[in-house]
Design a protein around this ligand. Structure first.
Ligand code: GLU
Length: 401
């Protein structure tokens, strides 16, 4: 049958992070010793207290339909977390719980975007933002950044990207894929621009909040003058090593929360009760009071320092030191145009594939994040694996002439 699929899905790119992860799983299943630096997920276990809460929820038959926006207890705990960790003033009714930060962001776009509305996205960006905007019939507008500016936009760049059609702005700090973190002053300079354009809704993805190496997290929420048009995105996946539980949320103006509630009520309903119970327990933890989180952060810092040193030793690779998340985003374009005798490496996708099949190391092409000069490496894996991965990458790159 022809034309079975909609233009909507035909126009959509496949998620590059998930595609590479699937490819490396397939190779592993064939017996190939693949080291995966592709997907961004902590290699630590969910905190014991959260796991126990999930088990208790099952035993206590907490297995019926949950309220669509999340259980009252979890929404309250999230409001409390925003007060404790970020000094922000939100009520439980300002919060909606979704199936991961991914659904939370998609709901938000569906709630605010009309056909042709523009959404500004600093590049490099997380792979799914533009596709989510397109799904909502919006138009992504990119602001390019360079390694020299630590992949962070300036107020002047933001101002220049705004048009009468701009409806929203989305970014992540700490940033996936660059690991860059905006300082308070840098955020404040962007806020000055937003103040001149009151029609723009700001979506601040803060999912890597806990994973920072220089400073404590600076939330966009501290700029209370934006509160009526600010959507804070977060979840339990990264900070609490709970990727598989699929719990994300937004804290946002009531109109947006209630629109997301309406959308979610029609197509997914409330989120798994067991995952919500586990997340409620996780919310009691933060880097200040949890040894499990502290151990994880210490390991990420050591791995960052190790990987930075190893990457710097590879000829033709340029790298900056990220201040957060668990990604490195090295520039590798000096290898484009070179060949191993069989294939010519034309771009980051080719290089990423070459490294997968020659070095058996899975990375993600920078092109998928809007920056074809680079590739993304996730260092959420052991130091031994990182050392071995870098040895292999160095060897494979040296074959390119
Ligand atoms: N956010 C993670 C990453 O960038 C998880 C994969 C995904 O959902 O894209 O690798």
């Amino acid at each position: 049958m022809e034309n079975i699929l909609s233009q909507r899905v035909l126009n959509m790119a496949e998620s590059a992070t998930l595609k590479m992860t699937q490819k490396s799983r397939e190779l592993k299943a064939q017996g190939v010793d693949v080291i995966s630096l592709s997907i961004g997920e902590p290699d630590f276990n969910t905190p014991e207290s959260a796991k126990q809460a999930g088990i208790d929820a099952i035993k206590n038959n907490d297995t019926h339909y949950p309220p669509v926006p999340g259980t009252p207890a979890l929404r309250k705990a999230i409001a409390e977390k925003l007060r404790r960790d970020n000094g922000l003033d939100y009520q439980d009714t300002d919060i909606i719980v979704s199936n991961g930060a991914k659904q939370a962001i998609t709901n938000t776009f569906l709630a605010i975007i009309d056909k042709g509305d523009e959404v500004i996205i600093p590049s490099p960006y997380w792979v799914s933002y533009p596709e989510m905007v397109k799904l909502a019939d919006g138009t992504p507008v990119f602001i390019n950044t360079t390694m020299e500016q630590n992949f962070k936009i300036t107020a002047a760049q933001l101002e220049a990207a705004i048009t009468p059609k701009t409806k929203a702005f989305i970014f992540s700090t700490p940033c996936n894929p660059s690991g860059s973190v905006y300082t308070r002053e840098e955020l404040a300079s962007l806020v000055e621009v937003f103040k001149k354009h009151p029609q723009i809704i700001i979506i601040s993805d803060e999912i890597y909040e806990f994973i920072q190496y220089e400073h404590k997290h600076e939330s966009m929420g501290q700029f209370t003058e934006l509160k009526e048009r600010l959507v804070i995105v977060n979840g339990v996946a990264k900070g609490y090593a709970m990727t598989g539980w699929r719990i994300g949320y937004i804290a946002a103006p009531k109109a947006i929360v209630s629109a997301c509630n309406k959308i979610q009520g029609q197509y997914t309903s409330g989120i798994c009760t067991i995952a919500q119970a586990a997340s409620l327990e996780a919310m009691q933890l933060c880097p200040e009071n949890s040894d499990e989180i502290k151990t994880m952060l210490k390991a990420f810092r050591n791995r960052r320092d190790l990987l930075f040193g190893l990457l710097k030793e590879i000829p033709g690779v340029k790298i900056n030191m990220p201040a957060g998340a668990f990604y490195m985003f090295p520039e590798v374009k000096s290898y484009y145009g070179k060949t191993d005798g069989k294939t010519v490496i034309k771009n980051s996708e080719d290089l990423s594939m070459y490294l997968l099949f020659d070095a058996h190391v899975a990375t993600v092409s920078g092109g998928a994040f809007g920056c074809d000069d680079c590739i993304r490496l996730s260092y959420a894996t052991s130091e031994d694996k990182l050392r071995e991965a870098m040895r292999r990458i160095k060897e494979s790159l040296a074959k390119l002439k």
